[in-house]
Design a protein around this ligand. Structure first.
Ligand code: GLU
Length: 424
């Protein structure tokens, strides 16, 4: 089958400004005073580093890396590290702020941070990625710490990279410090349930929202855009709950099957095919843009920012959007989506399952103890359900969309904590 060029997906919106526009709206409704608003609008700390790495061919390539701490008001800052060619400071700033709001929405005792390196891990060898990760860790040695700033995986990184980070950090401390990073392999102190945690939280959020909207999961269809860790787990778990997942997609294109895509087969195909769905036979090939506008009940964008934007928002037919990715809906699209009566379970709520189980991993590391998968899942499901109910009630009380309600819940918590702690 011919290769279908994916449509350009970005609204070209500055992600930090997109975050700020929602933050402003929620702050105004809350009547947040200027002092707190000014504290929360700018990140607490921003580090930019140059990372020279010897490539396999002997040349030296210099990568630019970032770590932005948005806030430590609720506790040590928490947030993933992204290895992606689109990484830039404004994106990392927005993602760091989103982590602050995300931790506050699910009520875990962390501030928000994010890191990133502008690189293309798909074109790098394991050795090159390892040297880059170790070099990044050393550059951030004064920032990271189990009581200061705790990284985790994000796009382009996973347990393998977190193991290198933990090892490099531990070497500098002269002891094993596994609580400095989460999302580690299980043998290094990773938590059971962490790999599937974000997708599982997306599923719990989708089920909670469907219950409110009176959508019967056994009659519902779903499209999942993005088939990395979050998308593939969300698809698998939603299918287990009875939804018919009629389309999935990755970077190269989308796959549609009206009778339902066999998700297990797609996962296996991807794993045997260097992470790509290219050539997957269980469905008809459609474009990456088409998957967003299919006539489904539930749409799960689980790839990257701004895929739902002012160009395509009008064409979206889903009744419910559950944001597995961070920032998948541009702020320009918010109004169009609301106008159409589509309910959006926003990123800072819907994808918070990952950081919630990261918190459990950190707790287990600090206790030197291991929880069963059953305990991890039960506790994270409860946190996700409670957070959804809280945000839903706020949206009804204030007559605002779920996104603004989630920001209100988060900002209110951080602002109250700030008031108690006080500033100079
Ligand atoms: N990168 C994930 C996120 O965006 C996880 C962060 C964490 O576990 O600290 O939520």
């Amino acid at each position: 089958m011919a290769y279908i060029e994916p449509a350009p997906l970005l609204d070209k919106e500055n992600p930090f400004e997109a975050m700020m526009s929602r933050f402003q709206t929620a702050s105004q409704i809350l009547g947040l005073d200027d002092e707190v608003y000014n504290v929360l609008k700018s990140p607490a700390r921003q580090a930019i580093v140059s990372l020279p790495v010897t490539m396999d061919d002997g040349s030296i390539k210099v990568f630019e890396g970032y770590r932005v701490i948005h806030s430590t008001i609720l506790g040590p800052s928490k947030g993933g590290i992204r290895f992606d060619p689109n990484v830039n400071l404004d994106e990392v700033k927005a993602l760091a702020a989103w982590m602050t709001w995300k931790c506050a929405v699910v009520d875990i005792p962390y501030g928000g941070a994010k890191g990133g390196v502008c690189c293309n891990p798909r074109e790098m060898s394991a050795g090159e990625i390892e040297r880059l990760m170790r070099s990044y860790t050393l550059s951030m040695i004064d920032i990271f710490g189990p009581d200061k700033d705790i990284p985790a995986p994000d796009m382009g990184t996973g347990p393998r990279e977190m193991a290198w980070l933990m090892d490099e950090y531990s070497r500098t401390q002269g002891m094993t410090v596994n609580a400095v990073v989460t999302g580690k392999p299980i043998v290094l102190g990773g938590s059971l349930g962490r790999t599937e945690a974000t997708g599982r939280g997306v599923m719990v959020t989708a089920m909670s929202a469907m219950q409110k909207l009176k959508i019967n999961p056994y009659n519902a269809t779903c499209a999942v855009q993005g088939f990395g860790n979050v998308g593939s787990w969300a698809a698998r778990l939603l299918a287990e709950r009875g939804l018919k997942v009629v389309a999935i997609s990755d970077l190269h294109g989308a796959y549609h099957n009206e009778n339902g895509v066999d998700i297990e087969a797609a996962v296996k195909y991807r794993d045997d095919n260097k992470g790509s769905l290219e050539g997957f036979k269980g469905a008809e090939r459609i474009s990456g843009e088409e998957i967003l506008t299919l006539p489904v009940d539930v749409l799960v964008p689980a790839a990257t920012e701004d895929v739902i934007n002012s160009r395509n928002a009008e064409k979206i037919q889903a009744k419910l959007i559950v944001e597995g990715a961070n920032g998948p809906t541009s702020s320009k699209a918010d109004g169009i989506i609301n106008e159409k009566g589509i309910i959006v379970a926003p990123d800072i709520l819907a994808n918070a399952g990952g950081v919630t189980v990261s918190y459990f991993e950190w707790v287990q590391n600090r206790l030197g103890y291991k929880w069963t998968a059953e305990r991890v899942n039960r506790r994270s499901d409860r946190i996700m359900k409670d957070a959804f109910d809280h945000v839903f009630k706020t949206s009804q009380d204030y007559k605002v969309p779920l996104r603004i309600a989630a920001y209100m819940v988060a900002i209110d918590k951080v602002a109250k904590t700030y008031k108690y702690r006080g500033g100079y």
